[in-house]
Design a protein around this ligand. Structure first.
Ligand code: ATP
Ligand code: MG
Length: 150
């Protein structure tokens, strides 16, 4: 189990209706790991947010642009990469943000949530244009084994 390797790749149109398919696929794949359902749900929530940002802010809901999602299981670590075809953005500014989000706005919390739900977030500008976001989560000893999960 510890050396298990799996890879999944999905290419979805820039429409929120495809987020459910990403969630279902990552849930199935992550069940290969002996981790609590809560841990899988946290990772999936972060991945769905990454895809939402790629669809909305990156590809701007364009029918001509796609979002590519690659998920790798490496032993007890899960790594996902979300690629969009947008214009890129100043992600360093958002990653280094230390002040709390505007309490009067319902938006602006996605990157904070992804940071909280993963062990590592890494943005990069794609040479061909667009943004790639890598999300890493370690199913470590603190995660409750599946058999003990509620
Ligand atoms: N893939 C991306 N391409 C271009 N800009 C992005 C991308 N991801 C995030 N952004 C920019 O970073 C900002 C912050 O993203 P974040 O997910 O934290 O908030 P939000 O999407 O605006 O609101 P929320 O996620 O709370 O609904 C976005 O408003 C957008 O300007
Ligand atoms: Mg967002």
């Amino acid at each position: 189990m510890g050396s298990r390797r799996e890879k999944m790749e999905m290419i979805i149109p820039s429409d929120f209706k495809y987020l459910g398919a990403v969630d279902a696929a990552v849930q199935d794949l992550a069940r290969e790991l002996s981790c609590a359902q809560r841990w899988i749900n946290d990772f999936s929530a972060a991945l769905i947010e990454a895809c939402s940002n790629a669809i909305e802010h990156g590809n701007k809901l364009s029918k001509n642009k796609m979002v590519r999602v690659v998920v790798n299981l490496n032993g007890q670590q899960i790594v996902a990469r979300v690629h969009d075809e947008g214009d890129g953005f100043d992600y360093k500014k958002y990653l280094s943000e230390t002040s709390p989000p505007d309490p009067l706005s319902e938006r602006g919390r996605g990157i904070l949530i992804m940071k909280a739900f993963t062990d590592r977030l890494k943005y990069s500008a794609r040479p061909e244009g667009g943004t790639c976001l890598e999300l890493v989560k370690n199913c470590d000893a603190e995660a409750v084994p599946k058999a003990a999960a509620e």
